[in-house]
Structures are given as C-alpha cells and as structure tokens.
Design a protein around this ligand. Structure first.
Ligand code: BG6
Ligand code: MG
Length: 223
C-alpha cells in the first residue's frame, strides 16, 4: 500500500520538551527523597502523566493514596508548565521545518499523535497549531502509549488505513504503539534503545522524505 500519511509524536520529535518532562519528574522524585536517571527516564517517554507517576512511585517504593497522587501529578505539571512557558518557534527541533516542507510538496497528510494534555498549548507556543491535518492529543484518548489508540484515531481522522501511515517517535512506548497499530515506525534516537522501530535515525535532520519512502518500498518488496 502506498504511504499517504505521516503521524508525528510531539515531545522529543517536533520540539525538545522531553528534557523538561524529565527535569520536572526528577525534581518531584528528589522532593520525595530519591533520584531518577536519564536511563530510567527512557521508560517515561511517551507515557501519560498518571502512568509516569505510577512508574516513578514504584521506583521509589512508595505507595500513596489517590489524593496525594493527584496532588503530585498537578505539582509536576505546574513545574513543567513553568519550564515550557518561555518556549517559542526557536525551540522547534532542527530539521523539522525542512522535513515538513518536503512532506507538503509530496502532498502527504499529517497528524499529531501525542498523549500530552498540554499538546495544544505547546503547538500554540511554537506556532504550529495550524500545521497538521488532524490533531490527536491526551484530551482525546482513553488509553496512552504503548496502546495504539492515539495513532489509530489519527489514521481514522485522516481517512487512511494504518498500513498507509508512517509514525515518527522518540520513545520506546511510542514505537510500540505504532507497531501495534500496524504502521511503519521511524524511531528518532538510538537504535540500541528503539529496537522495535523499522527505521532509526538520530533526528528528522538525518534523512529526506524521499529516502525514507524508497526504504519503505524496498522493505515491502522484501516481505
Ligand atoms: C508525552 C511525553 O508526550 O506526554 C511524556 O513524552 C508525558 O513524557 C506525556 O508524560 C503526558 O504529557 P502531559 O503534558 O499531559 O503531562
Ligand atoms: Mg516523544
């Protein structure tokens, strides 16, 4: 099936907010009396706010009542919002604007597939609210990554089949979501971390859309 649509994760793919999520969670863990490393943070990437908190509390061997968990998640989000409040279009990751102009020239459809409830705010801050043909964010889904819902909803909203979509992801959970959704997945990061991805490059700067599409064709013929 020819590729018709590209579905993009937000944090760590379009904009470098992954670092701010990490800083805010680290601050929360430190206040609770333990630390989280960058390596530990890989399992939080792409995972919803509530699920991330559950992973962190388990790491610190803490069991807390629901009201306390709600308070902690709200606190983390306040710190995160402080960190992102000064973001502008200068914070768009290198290679994104050039990649999107190739995507437009080829007439491919685009969707955002992010589990972040802050996605609309971030898109507004970086001036990308009107770039996507469909936006699926944390306010529109009931299951976070690695469940494929965020991507299958994106494909449905664009009116395309999963096999006609390419997902762009920086997170282990997001790569899994794309694969479970039946899509070709481009991992942006390290091949040692994003082991389930079909094609891995350090960033959107490292390849062209044409190069990717010919690789997908070669892979399809090899099956
Ligand atoms: C994902 C991030 O995009 O959104 C995760 O990779 C984050 O780190 C998740 O936990 C939820 O985001 P938010 O903004 O709703 O807390
Ligand atoms: Mg991400």
């Amino acid at each position: 099936m020819p590729i018709k649509a590209f579905l993009f994760d937000l944090d760590g793919v379009i904009v470098d907010t992954a670092i701010y999520h990490y800083q805010a969670w680290k601050r929360l863990a430190n206040e609770l009396g333990f630390d989280i490393s960058e390596e530990f943070n890989e399992q939080l990437k792409g995972v919803s706010r509530t699920d991330s908190l559950a992973i962190i509390l388990a790491h610190g061997n803490l069991t807390l009542p629901d009201e306390e968990k709600t308070r902690l998640a709200t606190q983390k989000n306040e710190w995160y919002l402080e960190l992102v409040s000064r973001m502008t279009s200068d914070d768009i990751l290198p290679g994104v604007p050039a990649f999107f102009s190739q995507v437009r020239q080829l007439g491919l459809l685009t969707a955002l597939g992010s589990v972040s409830k802050n996605a609309p705010l971030i898109l507004e801050r970086i001036g990308m609210s009107n770039v996507f043909d469909a936006i699926i964010d944390g306010n529109k889904i009931s299951k976070g990554k690695p469940d494929p819902e965020v991507f299958t909803k994106g494909a449905a909203e664009l009116g395309v089949q999963p096999a006609e979509c390419v997902v762009f992801e920086d997170a282990v959970a997001g790569v899994e979501a794309g694969k479970r959704g039946g899509m070709f997945v481009v991992g942006l990061g390290s091949p040692d971390v994003l082991t389930q991805a079909d094609f891995v490059r350090p960033s959107l700067e490292a390849f062209t859309v044409e190069e990717l599409l010919s690789q997908i064709e070669i892979d399809a013929k090899a099956v």
